[in-house]
Write a protein that binds this ligand. Sequence first.
Ligand code: ADP
Length: 389
Amino acid sequence: MSSWAWLATAAALAWGWWQRRRVGRLNASLQECTGARGRAERTAAETAARLQHALTILRHLPMGVVQVDEEGIILWLNPAAEEWLAIDALKHVGQPLALFLPQPGDWSAIRNSSEGRVLQVRQANGEERSLCARWWPLGEGGIVWLEDLTERERVAAMRRDFVANVSHELRTPLTLLIGALETLTDPEFVLNAEKRHELLLRSEAEARRMLRLVSDLLQLAELEGGGKPERVWVPVIDLVDEAIEIAVSLAPEGLEVERSLQPEVARARLLGDADELASALRNLVSNAVRYTPPPGRVTVGARVHEGGWLALVVQDTGIGIAPEHLPRLTERFYRVDRARSRASGGTGLGLAIVRHIADRHEARLAIESRLGEGSSFALVFPPGRWRAS
Ligand code: ADP
């Protein structure tokens, strides 16, 4: 091969090598470009997903969130804020938030108070809601956070009422007890033996009333805060018989006590806590006796209801209860006739205890009553809570 031919071949080879290298480089940088674009796309998708996630959290927060600009114009708000302030995001974004606050001074108070402003707002269903609105500056505008205080205030009010009720319930017997003791210990009062005895009996009765009240309060506290009730198979007949024994021991002359057991439940067993179930029946029986003046009848029994529910029933032919009182009977300290309840030794907590025990056993307390004719209190247990033998 001539030197020219060698040169031409070498040049062709070099050209080929250089071209391949160039194409290789081009390919590499093309791949790099596509990779970078892919990475950028991936980052954008991730950012969008994260934003979407944050938005979902904001939407489902149990707090109201309203974003406003520097003029207080609504830019965005979450569903809680929409509902609580009756703002329709589709219609009202772009309007001043101040228009949707209950009082004229609310907007400036929210902006200027570090503690926030409590707003009382009426909901579409007519209920009042208590909101704490706090300002958080952000950029040119800011965020108004709304916290729902309704439940917290309701619980605080209940607690206050409860303490006031307990104090009131304790103060009456304490005052009577102190009065009796003062009379007994005053050297200027000369009492005959009969009068002394009467005062001592009254003192004892008041002290016992306080003890009953404290015991009922402790039992309620245990039921509310304690652990789960025991789950053992308790014979229904034992519960009924024990309740009958108590009724007989409490009943005055002229008050009959009866047992009424359907044959199907004579050997039935209930799944639950024997002490709690007995305590519920004890309260019902004690009420039946106390609110049934003789001549009358108290019946304790068990029967199967429709759908296979088992009912433990305490029925009486007593004074009965007017329908308007029925929904409130299981509230603590609720009494139809306060004086009558006190005179018969009631604490006003018996049915509250029964309801708690029912709840803890998946049972419901069914009350039927007719004024002047009598009442029926039934603890009704679902099919899974009892067995026939
Ligand atoms: P109390 O200690 O006052 O009896 P409870 O919580 O046991 O408290 O009952 C609440 C109220 O329900 C009673 O004060 C009474 O007015 C009414 N009540 C309960 N059981 C009967 C019943 N068998 N007959 C008539 N009224 C009843």
